[in-house]
Design a protein around this ligand. Structure first.
Ligand code: WQD
Length: 339
């Protein structure tokens, strides 16, 4: 069966909005659910103008079973991509009940609607965080999943478990657990990008705000890690490359693979200082920084082995780390105060 209509939860968020672009470019028909808790309604206008189409949009919460089921009743949905979740690691430690409730109940609500409406394709937004402090790098999909270092990561692990158990008994349903590296950068048009509320938690938006003078300097959290330059190493992937990984997964679903797990990253480790240097090189702007203490819960090194996605999906990253920095900067310049 050819997949056409794709329900995208969290479709106005950072990864969700970039995925909508790639879906429409490949001829899919997205339907968006977003509660706007961490996204702007203006993103819908941007998408509709960029793509020159109307996109069905529902401002509802994925934990609201009644509203969610109405959307499934209204559209003949072929596949679901479930992005909607709370995602701030530090906040998850402060608010475990909110994080477990939101991230688990939303998946369960969507999954029950999927089951009730006979939808056979489901992509779940997972994270490299499920590898915890990895036993080796690059992390492989077959590595043991033990415990994450925070409630946010733990919700990803539990959601993976729920979907694996569902898949065990619903053999005719295709489920993909996509474990993301750190998404960065912005759409090449400069019209879509990362737009955090308040002080950015993540490295790239912080660096971009320093670049445009919105913040004085970056604090690099720790320079005494057992890495080449003492700063943490991550796998930074351009958000549009990550978005395309979802389209490739939908194409894979046409072969009825059942449960699949893929790491989506570049396969390369980049330190905090590497990223700062790449940003300076890509933009010609000096990024002021100082070293500060380690941040609680950070692990020294995490990057992903992406051989499986390469071989089975044809997944390949197009953007270099400098491209990521350049596009992030261009978005920041065009949107000094967000959307
Ligand atoms: C990267 C590196 C920091 C800010 C988290 C989640 C992950 C994913 C992305 C979803 C670390 C350092 C950061 C700063 C710094 N989830 N840093 N100064 O922690 O790898 O991943 O966000 O949204 O699941 O765990 O990403 O961008 O916060 O940090 O030195 O001001 O940059 O210590 O080494 P992280 P990050």
């Amino acid at each position: 069966m050819k997949i056409k209509k794709v329900l995208v939860t969290g479709g106005l968020g950072y990864i969700g909005s970039h995925t909508i672009v790639e879906l429409v470019n490949k001829g899919y028909e997205p339907i968006i659910i977003d509660n706007l808790s961490n996204a702007s309604i203006k993103v819908l206008d941007v998408l509709e103008q960029m793509l020159k189409i109307k996109i069905p949009f529902y401002q509802i919460d994925c934990t609201d079973s009644c509203e969610v089921n109405k959307v499934f009743d209204e559209h003949k949905i072929d596949a679901v991509i479930h992005f909607a979740a709370l995602k701030a690691v530090g906040e998850s430690i402060q608010k475990p009940a909110e994080y477990y409730y939101n991230n688990l109940v939303s998946t369960l609500t969507i999954l029950k609607a999927v089951q009730a409406h006979g939808v056979k394709n489901f992509i779940f937004s997972s994270s490299a965080t499920v590898y915890g402090n990895p036993i080796h790098v690059p992390c492989l999909e077959s590595d043991p999943i033990v415990n994450a270092t925070n409630p946010y990561g733990q919700t990803k692990i539990i959601n993976e478990r729920i979907l694996t158990d569902y898949s065990n008994i619903h053999k005719d349903t295709n489920i993909a657990l996509l474990r993301y590296a750190n998404p960065i950068g912005a759409h090449s048009s400069g019209k879509l990008g990362e737009n955090p509320n308040g002080i950015p938690n993540n490295l790239m938006p912080y660096v971009s705000q320093v670049a445009v003078g919105k913040r004085d300097k970056l604090t690099v959290f720790g320079n005494d890690y057992p890495t080449k330059d003492g700063t943490c190493i991550r796998d930074y992937i351009h958000v549009s490359d990550l978005a395309l990984g979802h389209v490739l997964t939908l194409e894979k679903f046409e072969t009825d693979p059942g449960l699949v797990i893929y790491n989506l990253g570049t396969g390369e480790g980049t330190s905090v200082l590497d990223l700062v240097n790449a940003y300076q090189k890509a933009t010609g702007i000096k990024i002021n920084y100082t070293f500060g203490p380690r941040r609680d819960g950070d692990i020294p090194t995490n990057y992903l082995d992406v051989t499986k996605a390469k071989n089975e999906l044809g997944f390949k990253c197009k953007y270099s780390i400098e491209d990521c920095c350049k596009t992030a900067y261009e978005f920041q310049i065009k949107h000094p105060n967000g959307y």
